[in-house]
Design a protein around this ligand. Sequence first.
Ligand code: ZN
Length: 87
Amino acid sequence: MTDGKSFSKRDAERKAAALRRSDEWNPQRVLENRESPLQQLQQESRKTKTAVEYDATISCESCQVQRKETGDDTALCEQHFAEMMAL
Ligand SMILES: [Zn+2]
């Protein structure tokens, strides 16, 4: 708590930051239900990119091996992983 005389914008910001960290009041959670057009665009492009990459890797044997080994059906071989990161 503040001692009253040193209350400042900084204190308010610190309190707001503490609130943001708490689960009781999470603006991030609210934002997930009400995304900005920019965020939606970013998510859409990410989905599209992943879909394209996924199609390209379905026929890749190394990717299939990776998926079998990791049990993760989105796993990629080194080459495709590098390509994905480069995009
Ligand atoms: Zn691959």
